[in-house]
Design a protein around this ligand. Structure first.
Ligand code: BGC
Ligand code: CA
Length: 345
């Protein structure tokens, strides 16, 4: 019995010396080590996977002697319960910063509790928690973009196209017959984008007639199915497709391709994001325009914030809105400037 206690004491002592040794080594070398735990809502989401690639790249670029980062990514596969467990695992594995892309943006409490108990800051990204939840603790941050701006820009792009290409009004009734492909219900970027795109078009004097809408959860294959149904209902009456993101605009294009519709029976398509495939579609004139969701800027903001939180310096150089929000601006992409964005990739 006694022996065991002694052994335990020796072990504990040994471990604390080791911990102490590694701490002092860190202090002496002055290296800040970030162990970043990333929890995303669904890794098969095109925009999210492109954003995460950028994030790892930006962290690599920051690694210059005094900063080192390792990243572990977990895929919540659309379940908040799974994501909560994954965050627990990331914390147990020793992560000192969490980057969380919530499955259910209205349900972050369990994750916030785990983080607070362990004093690990959270950078939420892309799926914005509601303001009250962001107030739960002072080490909660958000990096994303202003949904309204993307909707307004999509509306402006569509209005410009309608003005310069009168043939978009194929039946020449002075109105634009349109359909909308929407992202997940409850996502800050779905309804706000739709409302602002439509309001902007109306504000610019475009007469609109809404034929239908389909919820396709940001997903290309679902959008193709929804579009096939809408074409079934409205045949060649559809003149404009407003999609809440590029993946769904591409799904709509796929639907017309599947039906072998000729050029003259095609509507104009607008997306948001500027994903690789989205930009390609603009270059090939299959999609008329998109609104660039600045993943490089968002990834860079997340990486810089990570470094500042772990190193304990530089936080005051970061410009926040309301002390915890960073919003990167959107920009418009058409055939005229698409090459600039393709180069950026
Ligand atoms: C993007 C979508 C993406 C969604 C995921 C949005 O900001 O535009 O492409 O699917 O975020 O949360
Ligand atoms: Ca018309």
């Amino acid at each position: 019995m006694k022996k065991r206690k002694v052994l335990a004491a020796v072990l504990v002592f040994g471990i604390s010396i080791q911990v102490l040794a590694s701490c002092t080594a860190e202090e002496q070398t002055g290296i800040a080590r970030a162990q970043v735990g990333v929890a995303c809502y669904n890794q098969s989401d095109i925009f999210i996977s492109e954003l995460l690639d950028c994030f790892e790249e930006k962290l690599n670029q920051l690694e210059k002697g005094s900063f080192e980062a390792t990243v572990t990514v977990r895929d919540g596969a659309g379940s908040q319960r799974i994501q909560n467990d994954q965050v627990k695992e990331l914390v147990d594995a020793g992560c000192n910063v969490l980057c969380v892309n919530l499955v259910d943006r209205a349900d972050p409490s369990e994750i916030i509790d785990i983080a607070r108990e362990n004093d690990i800051p959270i950078i939420f990204f892309n799926r914005e928690p509601v303001a009250e939840d962001m107030m739960q603790w002072d080490k909660l941050y958000y990096v994303g973009a202003d949904a309204k701006q993307s909707g307004v820009m999509q509306g402006e792009l569509a209005a410009d196209a309608i003005e310069t290409e009168p043939q978009i009004d194929r039946n020449k009734d002075g109105k634009i017959q349109y359909v909308v492909l929407e992202g997940e219900p409850g996502h800050q970027d779905a309804i706000i984008r739709t409302e602002n795109a439509v309001d902007t078009l109306r504000g610019k004097g475009v007469e609109l007639e809404k034929l239908s809408y389909g919820i396709a959860n940001w997903n290309q294959a679902q959008a193709e199915n929804r579009m096939l149904q809408m074409i079934g209902q409205h045949q060649n009456q559809i003149e404009l497709v407003l999609a809440n993101n590029d993946a769904m605009a591409l799904g709509a294009i796929d639907a017309y391709k599947k039906l072998n519709r000729t050029e003259s029976a095609l509507p104009v398509f607008f997306g948001i994001d500027g994903t690789k495939e989205g930009l390609e579609a603009i270059k090939e004139k299959k999609m008329a325009g998109t609104v660039y969701n600045d993943k490089e800027g968002q990834a860079e903001a997340m990486a810089k914030l990570t470094e500042a939180l772990v190193s304990g310096s530089g936080l005051s150089d970061i410009e926040f809105e309301n002390e915890k929000y960073i919003y990167l601006p959107y920009s418009k992409v058409t055939f005229e400037n698409v090459e600039d964005y393709i180069e950026k990739e």
